[in-house]
Write a protein that binds this ligand. Structure first.
Ligand code: NHR
Ligand code: GAR
Length: 226
């Protein structure tokens, strides 16, 4: 049975940069329309940077776009409240951070708790914050990766849904590592979004659940080592 128009899960994607994860999700969502009971819809792509390359990509995909320039707001609270208003106009079921680079206030994360996902380029809880590839290299790690997690007030601290493990090679540098990580991002983020839209992936009391069962702290792990 096809879900009716009215029941289609509505997704809003927040970006700041190139938008490649947004594109991966948009393509996956489009591919599902033909063959799934639980099709979803990206109802808007919002950037805090007026010149984000991802805005052009969203327009090329015929997606609705909005810009909210954080530099025009006096405080994080004011920016976040305006951002909530802009998102609410789109009546989302899910809000996806895809390379969104502004730390969000507790007002925002509480408002969207349980329906706010982020992708972070490390094996969380390792390497929260910025510059993760270089930090993994500097530490001499032999694995690195990327995590899709529910967003809570604690930066990069919400429960993990899925993570992909990527080997660090002897000859690696941050740029090469990032490229290999991004290949995995474009696989695992659409999966997490699909599970959410199907009602399979949920958050309850700071735990991520899949089909009602508590996930391990790491989330579902995809190990890409040979
Ligand atoms: N907000 C909360 N409350 N919790 C999270 O888990 C969040 C979040 C906001 C963004 C994405 C993120 C990441 O995956 C994210 C997760 C930006 C910064 C940052 O320091 C940190 C983490 C993340 C994104 N931003 C600077 C700031 O002052 C600005 C940096 C810039 O503009 O380049 O907001 O790691
Ligand atoms: C992604 O690699 C994502 O993991 C990272 O930014 C990139 C955005 O790429 N996120 C962070 O670093 C969060 N601090 P995209 O705009 O092409 O999707």
């Amino acid at each position: 049975m096809q879900a009716s128009e009215a029941e289609k899960p509505r997704i809003v994607v927040l970006i700041s940069g190139s938008g490649s994860n947004m594109v991966a999700i948009a393509e996956a969502v489009k591919a599902e329309v033909s063959d799934s009971d639980n099709e979803a819809e990206i109802v808007g792509v919002i950037s805090n940077r007026p010149n984000a390359e991802g805005l052009n990509k969203a327009q090329a995909l015929d997606l609705h776009t909005d810009i909210i320039d954080h530099t025009l707001y006096a405080s994080r609270e004011e920016f976040d409240h305006a951002l909530i208003r802009m998102i609410e106009d789109l009546k989302p079921d899910l809000v996806v951070l895809a390379g969104f680079m502004r730390i969000l206030t507790a007002d925002f994360t509480r408002y969207y708790e349980g329906r706010l996902l982020n992708i972070h380029p490390s094996l969380l809880p390792k390497y929260q914050g910025l510059n993760t590839h270089q930090r993994a290299l500097d530490a001499g790690d032999d694995i690195h990766g990327v995590t899709v997690h529910f967003v809570t007030e604690e930066l990069d601290g919400g429960p993990n849904a899925i993570q992909a493990i990527v080997p660090i090679l002897d000859i690696d540098n941050a740029q090469e590592l990032q490229k290999r990580i991004q290949v995995q991002e474009h696989i695992i983020y659409p999966i997490a979004v699909k599970w959410f839209c199907e009602g399979r992936l949920t958050m309850k009391g700071n735990q991520a659940l899949l089909d009602g069962k508590q996930l391990p702290t790491s989330g579902i792990q995809l190990d890409t080592r040979g």
